[in-house]
Design a protein around this ligand. Structure first.
Ligand code: OGA
Ligand code: MN
Length: 295
């Protein structure tokens, strides 16, 4: 059966039917899904009751796996998942919701802020694939913003002003904005700021995107308040309802997104209830700061 796609939002997001993600993709199917990602930036698949291994195998059609190291404060021995997937649940190793004051839990609440995955890495993530294994009855929607449409809608003067700006991104900026401020020396070293362009160009279709993320906390050549105010204004612009798709999770949905042209956030939910979400992350291939300079 050939894949079929229905667009769910005026700017982006495709709902895909005709694929069983438990089975290996044919070469043509992998090409079709990647082309759909370039176009729609977010793809939604329903009724995909997959294992971690099947999820990872699907992700590896699109690049290499990104290593989770350096992206959280969870110690290796406390990992709930050993499959190579990122644990985006609110669960501990015992399978129960983490205590309200648990450090891992407090850190993970940062996913409620608008972000692009791994923008705190020198080479940030390409695709993320999130599978819903236990969903909440209330809250916990994930929202996506189309950063190409948001860029296009800027006036020409703003586009010219921001074209070559470089930002500093760090997990300490996003978490710090929520009041999570205590880090060990090892974490401080791990979370050292990295540089990212504010405007990036998609390698295939060449559309420009605003590359924003709550991890961005400074703009090169600007004072911190001036830089942060600019980032806030742009984020406010980019996350207006006209650019945002709200995903209401059903059990066994799989949603994949292109971090190069979208931002996302999870909405607050009752943290005493289990929410088991598992993410496969496809690594990016180049730093954004090298990008335009090479053209
Ligand atoms: C992620 C993320 C949001 C969610 O997986 O990268 O931000 O809905 N998750 O859990
Ligand atoms: Mn995320």
């Amino acid at each position: 059966m050939a894949i079929a796609i229905r667009q769910l939002h005026p700017h982006f997001v495709g709902e895909v039917t005709g694929l069983d993600l438990r089975k290996p993709l044919t070469r043509q199917e992998a090409i079709d899904v990647e082309a759909a990602m370039d176009k729609y930036a977010v793809l939604v698949f329903h009724d995909q009751d997959i294992t971690d291994e099947q999820q990872l195998a699907f992700a590896l059609n699109f690049g290499e796996r990104e290593n989770a190291r350096g992206g959280n404060v969870t110690k290796k021995e406390d990992y709930r998942l050993s499959s190579g997937l990122n644990d985006v649940s609110n669960l501990g190793k015992d399978g129960k919701p983490l205590p309200k004051d648990h450090r891992t839990h407090l850190f993970n609440l940062g996913n409620c802020l608008w972000h692009s995955d791994s923008s705190f890495r020198p080479i940030p993530a390409k695709f993320s694939l999130l599978s819903a294994r236990v969903v909440n009855s209330k809250g916990g929607n994930t929202e996506f913003a189309d950063m190409r449409a948001a860029y296009d809608a800027l006036d020409d003067e703003t586009k010219a002003d921001i074209e070559d700006l470089i930002c500093e991104h760090s997990l300490m900026y996003s978490r710090g904005s929520l009041g999570f401020l205590d880090y060990s020396d090892e974490e401080k070293e791990m979370f050292k700021p990295v540089l990212q362009r504010l405007v990036r160009t998609h390698p295939v279709h060449r559309r420009k995107s605003l590359y924003l993320s709550s991890h961005a906390g400074a703009v090169r050549g600007m004072s911190m308040p001036e830089g942060r105010l600019l980032l806030r204004d742009l984020t406010e612009h980019a996350t207006q309802p006209e650019f945002v798709y709200v995903h209401r999770w059903k059990l066994h949905d799989l949603v994949m997104w292109d971090n190069r042209q979208t931002m996302h956030r999870v909405r607050r939910y009752d943290q005493s209830q289990p929410r088991d979400m598992r993410r496969a992350t496809v690594a990016g291939t180049e730093p954004t700061v090298a990008q335009q300079a090479a053209e």
